[in-house]
Design a protein around this ligand. Structure first.
Ligand code: 4NP
Length: 152
């Protein structure tokens, strides 16, 4: 497996920033040299920090994501990154639709990196009535561990 990963969700303020922060933290801890970024298919939150609830959940788990900044996915990302990982199936479909035919990046679904949870979504917590951010964190940590196992 090669050495750069872009995590993608819809708004780039909840799920993919949590994945970015968690992956960077664990990779640094394990001394794995890898470039990590995140983006959104939508542009509503470009330039914003992660959602307060995402920041709080990450911080409660010892990870500071407050300085990350939302951006939209660009066609050039398919050339710049080795792996683009979609946080849910609708995002994966949207990425497949904008993927250039000569794209370098390998596209995958985040939960496909978790044994027994292949094909599942990391559920969008943004509009949830209950606090779905702890569920997102659980899924994110499982996916990060699965990805790192492939990188070792
Ligand atoms: P995310 O969550 O895709 O995990 O960042 C969302 C954030 C914002 C919106 C949707 C999902 N939104 O519609 O503004």
């Amino acid at each position: 497996m090669n050495r750069s990963i872009l995590f993608v969700c819809l708004g780039n303020i909840c799920r993919s920033p949590m994945a970015e922060g968690a992956m960077r933290h664990v990779a640094e801890r394990e001394g794995i040299d890898i470039e990590i970024d995140s983006g959104g298919t939508g542009d509503w939150h470009v330039g914003n920090p992660p959602d307060r609830r995402a920041q709080d959940t990450a911080r409660a788990n010892g990870i500071d994501i407050s300085r990350q900044c939302a951006r939209q996915v660009l066609p050039g990302d398919f050339e710049a990154f080795d792996h683009i990982v979609a946080m849910d199936r609708s995002v994966l479909e949207d990425l497949q639709a904008i993927r250039p035919s000569d794209a370098h990046a390998e596209l995958s679904l985040f939960m496909d990196h978790v044994r027994g949870k292949e094909g599942q979504d990391v559920t969008d917590p943004y509009y949830g009535e209950r606090d779905g951010f702890s569920d997102v964190w659980r899924d994110v940590m499982a996916g990060v561990e699965g990805l790192l196992a492939k990188l070792r």
